[in-house]
Design a protein around this ligand. Structure first.
Ligand code: SAH
Ligand code: SF4
Ligand code: F3S
Length: 470
């Protein structure tokens, strides 16, 4: 693969986009309200915060739902076929809403659009879409929308560049919690995965830009940050000097935000230096999302993951030794091409051996253009479905056992909202990444509360409050 350099969006280019924002504000035919529909991972959730930020600056207000908005934008995912189908189904359904509101503008962006051939497909097959753009030209939303409003014809633009744009407007979903992107794209090319094709080459943000953003968040009262990247462990590659993820964490810690977490980590790049930072840190939460994907060495090799089962287990042991009780979660794919029952059993035994707090399990979904999609021996749906069911059942059981370690333990919960089951209870995540329910009310939302876990009820940790020691 040819070396591609990131394209840093300059201040002038951003100023140009600001002028488009002003122009939209002055247009009589501009949409007055917006609604963002988000699919996929945290990257997309965070991009949607940027989209909302830009739309607000254009003078639009957030609508209560998609049926009552003048501008609806779908931020899509294509990591698996069902993610893509769901997005396209919902976009198509919106055509009906346009019958009530003829001025409705339908926009689609994100990973699905960035796939090769998608722009042509939209222009031919999805003529009702007004505006479509990929992941790398997100910062150009003002310009593209302006064009759409002035020219009154579909605007579909997908560029093949690896951009980094700093200082975009942003409307954060929460006041107490914030995402910070530390790197974009991915260079790993796991053989099943489309992300490197739709998010571009791996590129790290400058450390100073990340630290400045974190300081500003701290000042605005944010209590928890989540650092985002497809492979945060390789942060710093391509930057000048000896910049590592562990080094970035050390610097972030000095800023004093009480809770720091990150995702996603790739086992092959999980360094001893990082484990050491986790061991000594007070702010980095004792939790780790470490996708394993499979428990069999041959399958791991076919997946192009660059680690063996033993190496993975070794990292798990090192993490547990350094941070006793650490919360471990993972991603697993079943039914990868050629996976035999025996090889699947290796995944089962690994799940048992590790004892994850939770696992995201997926049936392998062939993605056009990836290496695995061309592999012979694709696994029939019924076999894959049977395997995932057995895996989920096993994980449920392991999860129960893993959860029991929390009973009697003191924890700190960042309260996210009222509990769904009771009006006098609230819930949020503990330091280990597990949801905890405790007595409380609306005024606790956004606060960190000290608790003691008392029992497990319906798979949820229940806790009592501990009075603050003065
Ligand atoms: N960068 C992260 C996550 C990427 S996508 C990582 O390396 O782990 C999130 C998860 O989706 C992956 O961990 C993988 O388990 C799953 N996934 C990716 N491509 C898939 C495919 N083609 N079929 C099924 N699951 C897939
Ligand atoms: Fe996909 Fe692998 Fe990159 Fe994760 S590390 S985004 S699974 S290619
Ligand atoms: Fe999906 Fe794109 Fe994330 S494909 S998982 S939204 S990076």
């Amino acid at each position: 693969m040819a070396e591609r350099k990131p394209v840093i969006i300059t201040a002038e280019q951003l100023a140009e986009q600001r002028r488009y924002i002003e122009e939209i504000r002055s247009l009589p035919q501009r949409p007055r309200s917006y609604f963002v529909v988000t699919y996929g991972c945290q990257m997309n959730a965070h991009d949607s915060e940027t989209i909302a930020g830009m739309l607000q600056e254009m003078g639009m207000a957030e609508a209560p739902d998609r049926e009552h908005a003048d501008f609806v934008i779908f931020n899509t995912c294509c990591v698996r076929d069902n993610a893509e189908r769901r997005a396209l189904g919902n976009v198509t359904w919106l055509k009906e809403v346009r019958k009530q509101n003829p001025n409705l503008i339908i926009a689609v962006c994100g990973c699905m659009i960035q796939q090769p051939g998608m722009a042509e497909k939209i222009l031919k097959q999805y003529k009702f879409i007004d505006l479509a753009f990929g992941t790398t030209n997100l910062y150009k939303l003002p310009e593209l929308l302006c064009r759409k409003l002035n020219e009154d014809r579909a605007v579909v633009v997908v560029e093949d560049k690896d951009t980094i744009a700093e200082n975009l407007p942003m409307k954060r979903l929460r006041k107490d919690f914030a995402y910070i992107t530390i790197m974009y794209g991915c260079d790993n090319f796991c053989s099943y995965c489309i992300v490197p094709y739709v998010r571009g080459r791996e590129r790290s943000r400058e450390m100073d830009a990340i630290l400045a953003e974190a300081r500003q968040l701290k000042e605005s009262g944010v209590k928890e940050i989540m650092l985002l990247g497809q492979n945060v462990n390789s942060y710093g590659k391509g930057l000048e000097g000896d910049v590592t993820f562990a080094g970035l964490l050390r610097k972030l810690e000095e800023i004093g935000i009480p809770r720091i977490r990150f995702m996603t980590s790739h086992p092959k790049d999980l360094s001893d230096e990082l484990i050491e930072v986790m061991r000594t840190s007070k702010c980095i939460l004792p939790q780790f999302h470490l996708p394993v994907q499979a428990g069999n060495d041959d399958i791991l090799q076919q997946m192009n993951r660059h680690y063996s089962r033993e190496k993975y287990l070794n990292r798990v042991r090192a993490l547990r030794e350094a941070v006793p009780g650490i919360g471990l979660t993972t991603d697993i794919i079943v039914g990868f091409p050629g996976e035999t029952e025996e090889q699947f059993q290796d995944t089962m035994s690994l799940v048992k051996e590790v004892g994850y707090d939770s696992a995201f399990t997926f049936i392998y979904s062939p993605r056009t253009g990836t290496k695995a999609a061309a592999m012979l021996d694709q696994i029939p749906d019924d076999v894959a479905t049977d395997r995932i069911q057995r895996l989920i059942a096993l994980q449920d059981q392991c999860q129960k056992e893993a959860m029991s370690r929390f009973v009697g333990m003191e924890e700190e919960v960042l309260v996210e909202g009222l509990s769904r089951r009771s009006k006098t209870a609230v819930s949020g995540k503990g330091r280990h990444g597990v949801s905890i329910t405790l007595p409380g009310s609306e005024k606790d939302i956004g606060e960190i509360v000290r608790v003691r876990v008392t029992e497990i009820k319906n798979n949820t940790l229940m806790a009592e409050r501990i009075e603050e020691r003065k």
